[in-house]
Design a protein around this ligand. Structure first.
Ligand SMILES: Cc1ncc(COP(=O)(O)O)c(C=O)c1O
Length: 460
C-alpha cells in the first residue's frame, strides 16, 4: 500500500512515527478474501467450522462457525447491563470469574495441589479485560518495549506480532529458529537470550502454545526444558525475564504427550524473576471470535514483598497501569460479551462449558489426526511438516530453492481452488503454507491433501 494522497495532505506530517509506519499488509485477510471468491476449499481464517449437527445436539446440516449451544439463549440479556459502559478494567464480576477460570485451568484443584494453588490464588493480579487477546498482546508489549528494544520469539509466529512490535511500537524482534530435529530449539532460544542480555537490562520473550501457524505444543519434557532454561538464564544474567504467554488457543491440545496446560503456571511457580504475563480470552476458548474480550494477568513473585499490605498495594498499582492502557486504547471493553461471559459461567458452570466445548475439540482432534495421517502419505523431499499437536493450524515447509510459498499458494488457489496462508520470510528461514484445518470438514481432508500434492508435483 502506498500513501500518495495522504502524503500530500497536512495529515502526514502530523502523524507520529508509529502513524507513519503502520499499514495493513497483504496477510491473512487478503488471502481469506480471495479464497472466498476463488476457492472451493477454504483453509485460510482461523475460525472453527462444522456441520451444526456434529457439534450441537439436534443441530441441522448447515455448515456454520462452531458455537456453544447455550450462546443462543443470550440474546435476551438485560438491556440495562448491556448498554451501559463497564469500568475501564472490565466488569469486576467477570474479572473475578476469569481469575477462577485461570485457577481451574491449572488443574491444581483436581489434583489437590494445595501449595501451588495458594500461590496462584494469592499472587496473580485480577485479570484486566482487554479488547481481545490482540489488544492484551499490544498492551503487554507496549508496557515493556520502548522503540528499538528487543523481544525474543520464534521465526514461526503469528504475523500480527510483527505489526504490533515492529510497525507499531518500533521495537525489534530477535527471532530464533523454532525447531531442531522436530523439537523446540532450546539452544537457539538460549543463544537469543544471551545475545539480548548483552545489550538490554531486561529480557522479554513471547511464547505461544498451541502455536500459530504450526500447531506446536511442547511435550511435557520440552516444557520442563524451557522452564529450566529460563530459570538458569535468569540466574546467570541476573536480569528480569518477562515472558508474555499468548494462550489464545490454550484448550485445544490433541496429544497425550503434549504439555496439557499453559506454560504460565510453571513460570508462575518459579521463585526467580521469570515473570509471566498470561494473555487469554473468550475469542477462541469460548469460540466467540467477535466477542473481543481478552484478559491480561500478571504473575507476581512473593519475594518482592514484605507483607500482605504491600502485595495489595502492588496489585492496585499494576491494575492502575493496565487500566491506563485500556483507557488510552479501547476506553473500556465491550459490555455485552462481558455480561454474556459472566452469565454463562454463573448459570451454566465451568464444567458444563468445558463439556459442551469438548464436542468442538473432538471435531478438531479428528481433523488433526486425519490431516497428519494424509500428509504422512506424501513422499516428497521438498516438504516437511512442523511438529504439531494442538490449535487450529499446521504448517508445511517448502524448499525455498524449488518452491516459493507465495507462488505456491497462488498456484494452489488458481489451479486447484484451495485457499491457504503462505508465509514467506526467507531472511528468517520461513517458507511454507499454513493450513487452517479448523475450518475444513473431515471428509474434505483427503481431497485437500490430494490437491496440495498435485500442486507440489507441478513444482517438481
Ligand atoms: C497466536 C494468536 N494470538 C492471538 C490472536 C488474537 O486473538 P483475538 O481474536 O482474541 O484478538 C490470534 C488470532 O488469530 C492468534 O492466532
Amino acid at each position: 500500500m502506498k500513501f500518495d494522497i495522504i502524503q500530500k495532505t497536512p495529515l502526514y506530517n502530523a502523524f507520529s512515527e508509529i502513524g507513519k509506519r503502520i499499514f495493513l499488509p497483504d496477510g491473512i485477510f487478503y488471502w481469506a478474501g480471495r479464497a472466498k471468491n476463488e476457492a472451493e476449499l477454504i483453509g485460510t481464517i482461523g475460525a472453527a467450522y462444522g456441520f451444526e449437527k456434529d457439534f450441537i445436539d439436534g443441530g441441522n446440516s448447515d455448515w456454520l462457525p462452531c458455537y456453544l449451544k447455550d450462546i443462543k439463549e443470550y440474546s435476551n440479556l438485560s438491556v440495562k447491563k448491556v448498554v451501559t459502559y463497564t469500568s475501564i478494567g472490565g466488569l469486576q464480576e467477570t474479572r473475578e470469574i476469569w481469575k477462577e477460570w485461570i485457577i481451574k485451568k491449572s488443574f491444581y484443584i483436581e489434583k489437590n495441589e494445595g501449595s501451588l494453588l495458594s500461590r496462584l490464588k494469592k499472587y496473580i493480579t485480577t485479570p484486566v479485560i482487554t479488547g481481545g487477546v490482540t489488544n492484551g498482546i499490544f498492551q503487554a508489549c507496549a508496557l515493556f518495549l520502548s522503540p528499538k528494544d528487543y523481544i525474543i520469539m520464534p521465526n514461526k509466529r503469528w504475523s500480527n506480532y510483527d505489526n504490533i512490535i515492529d510497525k507499531f511500537l518500533g521495537a525489534k524482534i530477535r527471532s530464533f529458529e523454532f525447531f531442531q530435529k522436530n523439537e523446540i530449539n532450546i539452544e537457539g532460544l538460549r543463544i537469543a537470550i544471551n545475545d539480548v542480555a548483552k545489550i538490554q537490562e531486561k529480557i522479554v520473550i513471547l511464547l505461544n502454545f498451541p502455536n500459530n501457524p504450526t500447531g506446536y505444543v511442547p511435550s511435557k519434557k520440552e516444557g520442563s526444558e524451557i522452564i529450566d532454561l529460563l530459570r538458569s538464564c535468569q540466574l546467570t544474567h541476573n536480569k528480569p525475564i518477562i515472558v508474555l504467554v499468548d494462550d489464545a488457543y490454550e484448550p485445544y491440545i490433541y496429544s497425550d504427550n503434549a504439555l496439557n496446560k499453559s506454560i504460565f503456571y510453571d513460570l508462575h511457580q518459579l521463585d526467580e524473576n521469570v515473570i509471566p504475563i498470561k494473555l487469554d480470552g473468550i475469542t477462541k476458548e469460548l469460540l466467540i471470535y467477535g466477542g473481543r474480550i481478552g484478559f491480561l494477568t500478571l504473575g507476581i513473585k512473593p519475594h518482592w514483598l514484605d507483607n500482605y499490605e504491600d502485595l495489595e498495594t502492588l496489585k492496585l498499582e499494576l491494575n492502575n497501569k493496565f487500566e491506563g492502557f485500556n483507557r488510552a486504547t479501547i476506553s473500556n471493553p465491550n459490555s455485552f460479551y462481558q455480561v454474556l461471559t459472566h452469565d454463562l459461567f454463573i448459570e451454566k458452570g465451568m464444567d458444563h462449558i468445558v463439556h459442551t466445548r469438548d464436542k468442538v475439540k473432538n471435531l478438531l482432534k479428528e481433523r488433526y489426526d486425519y490431516i497428519n495421517f494424509e500428509l504422512g502419505t506424501i513422499n516428497n523431499p521438498e516438504i516437511s511438516i512442523d511438529p504439531n499437536s494442538g490449535g487450529f493450524f499446521l504448517f508445511i515447509n517448502l524448499n525455498p530453492k524449488k518452491i516459493k510459498a507465495t507462488e505456491f499458494a497462488n498456484h494452489l488457489l488458481k489451479k486447484y481452488k484451495v485457499g491457504v496462508i503462505p508465509i514467506e520470510r526467507l531472511d528468517e528461514n520461513v517458507n511454507g503454507i499454513r493450513i487452517a484445518y479448523c475450518s475444513i470438514d473431515l471428509n474434505k481432508i483427503p481431497e485437500l491433501i490430494k490437491r496440495v500434492n498435485f500442486a507440489l508435483n507441478d513444482f517438481s
